[in-house]
Design a protein around this ligand. Sequence first.
Ligand code: 6GU
Length: 254
Amino acid sequence: MRIYVLTLFPKMFEGPFSESVLGRAQDKGIVEIVIRNIRDYATDRHRTVDDYPYGGGAGMVMKPEPLFAAVEAVRKEIASGTEEGATEDGPIILLTPQGRLFSQKSAVTLAAEKELILICGHYGGVDERIREHLATDEISIGDYVLSGGELAAMVIVDAVVRLVPGVLGSEESALGDSHMSGLLQHPLYTRPQSFRGWDVPQPLLSGNHAQIARWRREQSILRTLKRRPDLLENALFSPQEKRMVEEMRRDASK
Ligand code: 6GU
């Protein structure tokens, strides 16, 4: 998978993309992350990337020309690439607080793409023609405002890359992560078995895999019910688990 990030602040990506899971994914050659400076695609003498808004108002607006040029250059690169399955119609995602909300489900969908192009919005916003005629998608990572799309791009790249096959070892598979099943993750314990009088729950010490799986599933449901009851609406349950959830709800309301 190849991910292009178009930004006015390429240096912001140096640390986060070279460490841990993202760094290893690139070292292994499974994922290639290419950072492009939008300013390099500005053609005027001052390399202008923003301008005043028509109609007045606060904040500058990102001009269309450099961004269209940057995306077109990247597209050309993808098309001429010899990489198998290289496409010219992968998503071009504009990062903006006005986009649809990013979720684990979005990450799973994006992880299946061969190429992604992420555009980091900045200043007061981008010229509307970028939204209408360049981006295929607009994504926000939450209901708050960041100074630019860069941190959002890092969040999305991290969430997506960890789902690409081969990036995580089987030891650290993403399947047990919170949100993968629509539920929050169960509690985890490691040694020592007793720490300051706080003991590891008995089922985890039983050596009985079925019992451990049952305990974890129950804890996931319980934790989700307590912290994020909204998530339970869309989680999938067996008939038996449905009865369990109802019982937990009754207990909680006592
Ligand atoms: Cl994608 N961009 C900005 N600037 N702020 C945000 C965001 C994105 N998502 C949430 N807040």
